[in-house]
Structures are given as structure tokens and as C-alpha cells.
Design a protein around this ligand. Structure first.
Ligand code: SF4
Length: 370
């Protein structure tokens, strides 16, 4: 594989030697982690791992990946699985739209492509949830197509290697993509892409990059200038804080849960009735208002059961769950005034329903207490 030439308008690096010959591939062969999805080129398995790895660490993904393949060993099994079961399997991974899209894509592959993954990147890119990253990963790792992946790891390696200033994010992606398209190994594009990602994950880390063990140190501009910790400039990020209250309403050993709408945040997941505390509102007042608005019931007693904290997307949520008795009498069934599905479910059967991670902590608390 030839070394690459970088056009003068971009940078005056004459060549990136690490991409010449098999240097990068040899480094990868010697240093790669042994991960379950690296033992296969099967596009279904590659796809599952790549989707799970978005926004989630390798260590967290391994048990999910194994459990998923036991539940849905192939595209047909996923396509035919009920949505609720699929969301339940995804529980804890967050960004549930990924699981919905996987099931939608599996149904299209089954119905329109006879259950076989299309090899053409242009067709892959048309499937639900197949952005440029996923398309490139499946096309290169499973089908040997020379399409480079650009994820956060690759982006970090390349901006440092080339000494490109500016905030983290996608501003240099066009340039990085052009260079990688010229550089990617034609014989082993999948390994080339995995090597780039592994380089960023293991060596060119966000904090404390291991420059002295880096295969590209000799030609790294950021290292030469001592700028490896300031390229790229971290994005300032301020999480939005939210406080919510929910009610655990019981009937015998069953509790009331309701399903979120089909669209929007945490779509289709189940939760306990309640909602956001407004500015200046006390927790009891918010609980009272929410139950009146959502279920049309009044609170008789409310006792704090548990407070949990969790984060999702850009929100940091503090969730207060109350054991509540209401004006609802046995035999009556309060239900959502917003026409959302709601059910009385035994503590044991709560395991059949997918919950967001904050609500799941309440479920576990209830089950512990019995
Ligand atoms: S020398 Fe340091 S900053 Fe440069 S690519 Fe290697 S690990 Fe990253």
C-alpha cells in the first residue's frame, strides 16, 4: 500500500509514514484487544456490535452483545421479535432509537433483500440507523469495501497527527475523510479501520495520550509541538439539570405503569406516572399536579421511597419516587388522561417491560422490598 500525499493546501506534511506498507496493520495485529465481535466478519454481528458501541464503552457492551445474540441470533430472529422484547433487551444501553432502528432495518433486510445484508455501501446507507459511520464499518469489516470510518477516536488521532487546530467535532471531517480514502488499505480495509479506532482508544486517548508508545509519534505534529493535550479543544458541555417526581401506586402486589408516547425521548418505554418539577414548585405539589393532570386522581398519602440520579443524552436527572395512595378504589382503574397505555403489573412481571435506567432503579428497589 503506498504512503499518502497530503495536498499542499491542507498541510505541508510530505507523507504519513504510518500508513505506508503494513506498519499500521502490524501494530494493530500486535496490540488489538480480543473482543467477541472481532472473531467474525458476519455482517449481522458486526452491525450489532457497531451500533452498541456508539455512546457506550467496550466493557459495558460485551455482556449486552452476548445476550443479544442469544436472544436474536440472526436477522430473521430480530425482524420477527416484538418491539417490546427488543427494547427490553436494549434496556440500560440508552439511546433507544438505535434498537428501534435495528429492528426496522432487520425487517427491511428480511423482506426486501431475502434476509441477506446488501454489500453495496449506497444501499446500506439507505437502511434505518445506517449513518456514514455504521455504513463504513459494515461495508469495510464485513464486505472488504475500502470505505474509511470516522468516529471520535479516528478524528482525534487524525487532528493530532496533522496538527489541526479547532474544537472537537466534525469541522475537519471532509479533510480527514479525503486523506483516509487515499490511505485506506485496499487489501484489509476492515483491519485498517479497526486499527485507526484502536489507536485512538488505546494510545491516542482523550486525556493522557501514550505518546511514547505511539506508532505514529515520529510524524505527529501535535507531539512535535507539545500540543497533544490541547488538540482537539474539548467542547464545553453543560448538562441540563432536571428534577422529576413519580408515584408508585399499588393494587395488592401490583403497581401502575404507563407507556411513553411512540415518538420523542425514550419513546415506547414504560415508567411510573409523574413528571417534571416546575421552577419554584415543591416535590409534593408537583406530585399532586402531575397525578391530577395525568391520571385524574387525588393523593391521599405520599411517602418518599427512593431518590435516584442518572444521566441521559444531555440531561442530569434527579428522580424522586413516592409510595402513594390515591382516591382510586379497588376495582377502579385510573388510566392516562393522555390516552397512553397503562397497566397494573406484578412486581415480578415488571421485568417484561423496558424501562429507562432511572425508572429501572425504582423497579429494582420495589423488587428488593417485595
Ligand atoms: S504521538 Fe501522541 S498525540 Fe500524536 S498520535 Fe501518537 S498518541 Fe496521539
Amino acid at each position: 500500500m503506498p504512503g499518502i500525499r497530503i495536498l499542499p493546501r491542507t498541510t505541508n506534511f510530505p507523507e504519513i509514514n504510518i500508513f505506508s506498507g503494513r506498519r499500521l496493520l502490524r501494530w494493530y495485529a500486535a496490540h488489538k484487544r480480543d473482543l467477541p465481535w472481532r472473531r467474525t466478519k458476519d455482517p449481522y454481528r458486526v452491525w450489532v456490535s457497531e451500533i452498541m458501541l456508539q455512546q457506550t464503552t467496550v466493557g459495558a457492551v460485551v455482556p449486552y452483545y452476548k445476550a443479544w445474540l442469544r436472544a436474536y441470533p440472526d436477522i430473521r430472529a430480530l425482524a420477527r421479535a416484538p418491539l417490546r422484547a427488543v427494547l427490553k433487551s436494549w434496556e440500560g444501553l440508552g439511546y433507544y432509537q438505535r434498537a428501534r432502528n435495528m429492528r426496522r432495518a432487520a425487517r427491511i433486510i428480511l423482506n426486501a433483500h431475502g434476509g441477506r445484508f446488501p454489500e453495496d455501501p449506497a444501499i446500506l446507507a439507505g437502511l434505518p440507523g445506517f449513518g456514514p459511520y455504521t455504513t463504513a464499518a459494515v461495508a469495510s469489516l464485513s464486505f472488504g469495501k475500502p470505505v474509511p470510518v470516522i468516529d471520535a477516536n479516528v478524528r482525534r488521532v487524525m487532528t493530532r497527527l496533522l496538527g489541526l487546530h479547532g474544537p472537537s467535532g466534525t469541522i475537519h471531517d471532509a479533510e480527514i475523510g479525503r486523506i483516509l480514502r487515499e490511505s485506506i488499505s485496499r487489501r484489509s480495509p476492515g483491519n485498517f479501520n479497526q486499527a485507526m479506532m484502536e489507536w485512538g482508544a488505546l494510545v491516542c486517548r482523550t486525556k493522557n495520550p501514550l505518546c511514547l508508545r505511539c506508532p505514529g509519534q515520529g510524524e505527529c505534529r501535535a507531539f512535535a509541538r507539545g500540543e497533544q493535550e490541547v488538540i482537539p479543544v474539548p467542547k464545553s458541555f453543560r448538562a441540563k439539570k432536571i428534577t422529576t417526581v413519580v408515584a408508585v401506586i399499588r393494587k395488592g402486589n401490583r403497581v401502575l405503569i404507563q407507556q411513553r408516547p411512540d415518538e420523542g425521548l425514550l419513546a415506547g418505554l414504560w415508567e411510573f406516572p409523574g413528571g417534571k418539577v416546575e421552577r419554584g414548585e415543591s416535590l409534593p405539589a408537583a406530585l399532586k399536579r402531575e397525578l391530577r393532570e395525568e391520571l385524574g386522581v387525588e393523593i391521599e398519602t405520599a411517602r418518599l421511597l427512593i431518590t435516584v440520579r442518572h444521566s441521559y443524552t444531555r440531561y442530569r436527572v434527579t428522580l424522586h419516587a413516592f409510595d402513594v395512595t390515591t382516591t382510586v378504589r379497588p376495582g377502579e382503574s385510573p388510566c392516562s388522561l393522555r390516552s397512553l397505555p397503562c397497566l397494573w403489573v406484578s412486581l415480578k412481571s415488571l421485568d417484561k417491560y423496558p424501562f429507562p435506567s432511572g425508572s429501572l432503579k425504582i423497579v429494582r428497589k420495589l423488587q428488593e422490598r417485595g
